[in-house]
Design a protein around this ligand. Structure first.
Ligand SMILES: NC(=O)c1ccc[n+]([C@@H]2O[C@H](COP(=O)([O-])OP(=O)(O)OC[C@H]3O[C@@H](n4cnc5c(N)ncnc54)[C@H](OP(=O)(O)O)[C@@H]3O)[C@@H](O)[C@H]2O)c1
Length: 299
């Protein structure tokens, strides 16, 4: 069985993925900036300082890359935007530099990316993997992030990039923030409500990483989103329905969200209708294809 090194394995996706891979018999270790994780062996690094424990690459038969400053953590000041970009690009560049120097090359490198690549929009146009990137901050960030991975191809390492949508978990990430006003009985759409939410259940995104590990014919970019994205208003209405709460308040006005969140409001006021066709054609089967199926699990 393979040894898998997970950079950023302490986060939302990483924690669930460590659990799944261990259950499947893989040996898992985490590449982390801190020593805190006690459940799995930890190799330490500091991507911004260039510090790296070389033993991590002696361990790794394959690498999963999930590291990066959380894009929703803080207001997007110029400094914060720089941190969001550098925490991904510099981390990947450091890993690649170390891989080049190492005697042991990983068989595969599977990296997170984001559907933000396509740029935020209010239209219902379907986005496919070979579309050109968008022009807003998240699109440019994601483009740079994915570009920094391309050197791996010249090193003959299998590269899979999962352009991930909003990961749904009742405990962490975007969903608890969306559930809070709904639970308080004041749930409503955000802005126009037309912006598509390209969502994926946490259980499906971790299964997709496993699928990418176990299927060596996967070697390109795949959208990691459920087959049925819905506009924000429909998402919020369904959420209220499944939580047995009312849904009659008018939408939160765009100007208010812009005032509160600044440029970061783009993340919630715009969206993208992203296609899951390519990963499904590659044989991946979703556990949760519709929001109705997923929201039933919240009861
Ligand atoms: N969750 C989503 O809805 C979603 C959607 C689209 C894309 N993604 C992408 O998928 C990846 C994993 O998502 P996630 O939700 O699991 O992320 P997360 O919970 O925010 O965790 C990411 C991990 O990255 C490391 N990290 C945090 N700040 C960092 C910084 N400034 N520099 C370097 N490393 C840093 C942390 O690990 P250590 O502290 O152990 O180093 C953290 O555990 C991320 O790149 C995210 O952007 C997630």
């Amino acid at each position: 069985m393979k040894n898998i090194l997970i950079a950023g394995g302490t986060g939302l996706i990483g924690t669930a993925l460590c659990g799944l891979l261990t259950k499947k018999g893989y040996s898992v270790a985490v590449l982390s900036r801190s020593k805190k994780n006690l459940e799995y062996p930890v190799f330490q690094w500091d991507p911004l300082k260039g510090d790296f424990d070389d033993k991590a690459l002696d361990f790794a038969d394959g690498i999963i890359f999930l590291s990066g400053e959380n894009v929703g953590a803080k207001r997007w000041t110029n400094r914060q935007k720089q941190i969001i970009v550098e925490s991904r690009v510099q981390s990947i560049e450091l890993l690649i530099e170390k891989i080049k120097q190492s005697n042991k090359k990983p068989e595969f490198f599977i990296s997170a990316s984001a559907t933000g690549y396509y740029g935020g929009t209010l239209t219902d146009r379907i986005s496919l993997e070979n579309d050109v990137p968008g022009h807003d901050f998240l699109a440019k960030t994601t483009f740079n992030w994915e570009s920094s991975l391309l050197t791996l191809k010249s090193l003959d390492i299998r590269l899979v990039t999962l352009r991930t949508g909003v990961v749904l978990s009742p405990d962490e990430g975007a969903l608890p923030k969306m559930m809070l006003p709904v639970k308080l009985g004041v749930g409503s759409a955000l802005g126009s409500g037309k912006q598509y939410i390209p969502w994926i259940a946490l259980a499906d995104i971790v299964q997709m990483y496993l699928y990418a590990i176990e299927n060596p014919e996967l070697n390109s970019v795949y959208n990691a989103v459920a087959p049925n994205p819905v506009p924000n208003k429909q998402f919020m209405r369904l959420l209220a329905k499944y939580l047995d709460r009312p849904f009659f308040f008018p939408p939160v006005p765009s100007f208010l969200l812009k005032l509160l969140l600044g440029e970061m409001s783009e993340m919630v006021l715009k969206g993208n209708r992203v296609s899951s066709e390519k990963i499904q054609k590659a044989g991946f089967k979703f556990q949760y294809k519709t929001l109705e199926e997923y929201f039933k699990t919240l009861k």
